[in-house]
Design a protein around this ligand. Structure first.
Ligand SMILES: [Zn+2]
Length: 443
């Protein structure tokens, strides 16, 4: 599930007469296509991606098989997958991918990885959908049908992404397609909440040197593409001192006084509107009793920014302000002989940020797929599995896998698969645009 999205201006795409542009975009999006060819000059005149007969066969697989895709989505949704308990659903995905003819392994984190081997095994593209839901064990996950609409917790987020992975594995095998770069179809663990993106962290760590792009499939829809990862940090500032009696030790430096002085400085820190940058003092605690000079006081602060440098600047500002608060309190203490104050600011957690370059081949592949399917989508910033690769400079996007859904993270979650073929075609064309395909002549 995407979080913290801040929709940017909708980019208007031309709806008609796009064919010549499409050809260029698709070819531009496929720099690897000629890289392993024995006849690069011949490939330079290659027809656009969607005109390749095998690619067309893969795209044509979806419509007649759409009920199969819907059925698999229901089957997977009805296997509970609470945080840290994705095993049974992962085992079912493994069985499906094996049935589709791919070699499949489960890594030690619990990620299910099906390998669609390419001509070039030294370069990888990961296509990932998360297995986990936010729902605790015991939640009723039986799917209810009403017309074309299906309802159950997790049906859209991320039953839709998982069903898409199975559909792609089937479609490309049925069409006899072979990619240039090896594609890993992955059902990963730990995307939601406390999972802290551990599945994607493990994948990027394992495949880092070979990894050229990551396409994340999360939820329904085709109207958005996450290309920017929202960065955040959580910090705790602690000030401590000797503490004492409110009457007899009056005048000794007081940690709460120092924290208040520092906090007032911090909340006056200027933050830019663009790039949007925010802070929040979310918790404050400390003290012993109303008639004691406290020996400790703490605040917890959440900071977020569209820009990593602003985040670092804000973290430095917090440290400077807390340090200055301690200095102010020491300077004004009436009795400095009774000890001094200590302070520290610690990092409690961090989600890295990052951004896909506007001229990246992955974005070109997506735009070409949008053009081909007549789809319009806007760029967004949010927190998804794509945060991890984007933060390491690896091209990544997160997109919906088609159809319509709503009520994510609630018991009323629903999904309507009407028209999901467009989303499946769009996503598969994007994947093939970045993996490249081996053309029949050179196969
Ligand atoms: Zn999700």
């Amino acid at each position: 599930m995407r979080r913290g999205r801040t929709p940017l201006k909708r980019k208007r795409l031309r709806k008609t007469t796009v064919k010549p542009a499409l050809v260029c975009v698709i070819l531009l999006a496929m720099p690897v296509r000629s890289a392993v060819s024995l006849h690069p000059h011949r490939q330079a005149h290659a027809a656009p991606l969607a005109d390749d007969p095998q690619v067309r066969a893969a795209l044509d697989w979806f419509s007649p098989n759409i009920s199969w895709v819907n059925e698999q989505q229901v089957r997977l949704t009805e296997i509970p997958a609470p945080p840290f308990q994705e095993g049974p659903r992962g085992a079912a995905v493994k069985a499906f991918l094996t049935e589709a003819g791919l070699p499949v392994q489960i890594d030690k984190t619990g990620n299910v990885i099906g390998e669609w081997r390419g001509a070039n095994e030294k370069e990888l593209v990961i296509v990932a959908a998360h297995l986990d839901t936010v729902f605790p064990p015991g939640t009723d996950v039986k799917v209810r049908h009403e017309g074309s609409r299906m309802s159950a917790p997790g049906i859209s987020d991320n039953g839709t992404g998982l069903a898409a992975i199975l559909a792609f594995a089937r479609a490309v095998q049925a069409a006899g397609l072979r990619p240039q770069r090896t594609v890993l179809f992955v059902a990963d663990v730990g995307e939601e909440g406390e999972g802290n993106l551990r599945g994607m962290r493990a994948l990027v760590e394992s495949y880092h040197s070979k990894l050229k792009a990551v396409v994340v499939l999360d939820g329904s829809g085709t109207d958005h593409v996450t290309t920017k990862a929202l960065a955040s940090r959580r910090l705790e500032a602690t000030i401590s001192g000797p503490g004492g009696h409110s009457w007899s030790d009056f005048g000794m430096p007081n940690p709460i006084n120092a924290l208040v002085r520092g906090s007032v400085r911090f909340i006056n820190t200027k933050v830019p509107v663009t790039p949007r940058t925010t802070f929040n003092i979310g918790q404050i605690e400390g003290g012993t009793s109303v008639n004691s000079v406290p020996h400790e006081a703490r605040i917890k602060v959440d900071i977020r920014s569209e820009n990593e440098e602003e985040l670092t600047r804000l973290e430095s500002s917090l440290r400077e302000c807390i340090s200055a608060g301690v200095r102010d309190e020491m300077d004004s203490a009436r009795d400095r002989s009774k000890g001094k104050l200590e302070w520290k600011v610690e990092l409690l957690g961090s989600r890295p940020g990052g951004e896909l370059a506007a001229d990246s081949p992955l974005l070109s592949a997506l735009r070409a797929a949008d053009e081909y399917t007549g789809n319009q989508s806007r760029l967004e910033r949010s927190s998804t599995d794509a945060n991890i690769p984007l933060s390491m400079g690896i091209d990544a996007i997160s997109i919906g896998a088609g159809g319509n859904g709503g009520g994510a993270h609630s018991l009323l979650e629903w999904y309507d698969p009407s028209g999901r073929e467009t989303g499946l075609k769009r996503a598969l064309l994007t994947i093939l645009g970045i993996s490249g395909v081996v053309q029949e002549k050179s196969r």
